[in-house]
Design a protein around this ligand. Structure first.
Ligand code: ADP
Ligand code: MG
Length: 268
């Protein structure tokens, strides 16, 4: 049997609020093969970001913990990796794009410098080459005037451009998997579409797999061949996207579908 690129097995996560334990993911399983796109769809609070954070081992022990399960990367459980082993993965083999570029970009450093730092963490590189690589990345994500962007600060460019910079940062080390958590939610509809098309093109150019996390079933319908539907921390339905859309088995999926028909660009 072929090993999947990513396999999540029976994963459960809980947060604590004082003494109370809040289950955020319950017994989640999914798999993603090389170059494939898997959509994760669910309303706000269903556990989508928790899933991304758990895969990337970013759930702070102050806030919560994984209570059971495994996250297998090429067959190896990353939850038991040493810090050093895991460091090679995040930002290198696995890239991530979050919803809010402002919280991911440092306001006091130029965009060029931030991309260069992302490269340097994993791949030592002389200054001249580093600068060339950075300009090339800006061009790859179709940022016009890459030179200007290189010297700009985050507040000096538009929201769509900032999201492109984040994508440039996420792909800087040529990851095999890109996790996109509501990567286009904060953007206007037309910009949203441009960014999704860009992701799709980069996916085929760089041969990446994508975990496409969104509250918007319409996005999943367009951009991913398989989907898992998340409700209150559980996967209630999964399968081929077109089949799930055509004959949704679960009441919650039907609800998501009807909200899509009634309000095509709802935001969370
Ligand atoms: P989504 O990304 O689908 O909106 P989240 O993964 O952010 O959902 O949240 C899932 C559940 O976990 C929600 O009930 C949310 O309130 C709770 N939650 C998320 N982060 C924390 C946290 N740091 N501390 C306590 N509860 C949290
Ligand atoms: Mg979220």
């Amino acid at each position: 049997m072929n090993t999947s690129l990513l396999e999540v097995k029976n994963l459960s996560v809980e947060y604590w609020r004082g003494k109370e334990k809040i289950p955020a993911l319950r017994n989640i399983s999914l798999r993603l093969n090389t170059q494939e796109t898997l959509g994760i769809v669910g309303e706000s609070g269903s556990g989508k970001s928790t899933l991304a954070l758990a895969i990337l081992r970013l759930i702070s022990s102050q806030e919560g913990r994984v209570t059971q399960g495994e996250v297998l990367w090429k067959g190896k459980n990353v939850l038991s990796f040493s810090f050093e082993e895991f460091r090679k993965l995040r930002g290198n083999e696995i890239g991530i794009v979050f919803q809010d570029p402002f919280s991911s970009l440092n306001p006091v450093h130029t965009l060029g410098k931030q991309i260069e730092e992302a490269i340097l963490v994993h791949n030592p590189c002389p200054p001249k080459e580093l600068r060339e690589k950075t300009i090339e990345l800006f061009q790859r994500v179709r940022l016009d005037d890459a030179e200007r962007i290189y010297h700009s600060y985050p507040h000096q460019i538009s929201g769509g451009q900032r999201q492109r910079v984040l994508i440039a940062m996420a792909i800087a080390n040529r990851p095999e998997l890109l996790i996109c958590d509501e990567a286009t939610t904060a953007l206007d509809v037309t910009i949203q579409k441009e960014i999704l098309e860009l992701l799709l093109r980069l996916q085929s150019e760089l041969k990446m797999a994508i975990l496409l996390i969104t509250h918007h079933l319409g996005i999943v319908a367009h951009y991913s061949s398989r989907v898992s539907v998340l409700q209150r921390g559980e996967i209630v339905e999964e399968g081929n996207t077109q089949e799930v859309l055509k004959t949704p088995q679960h009441a919650y999926t039907q609800e998501l579908l009807s909200s899509l028909v009634n309000e095509p660009n709802r935001r969370s």
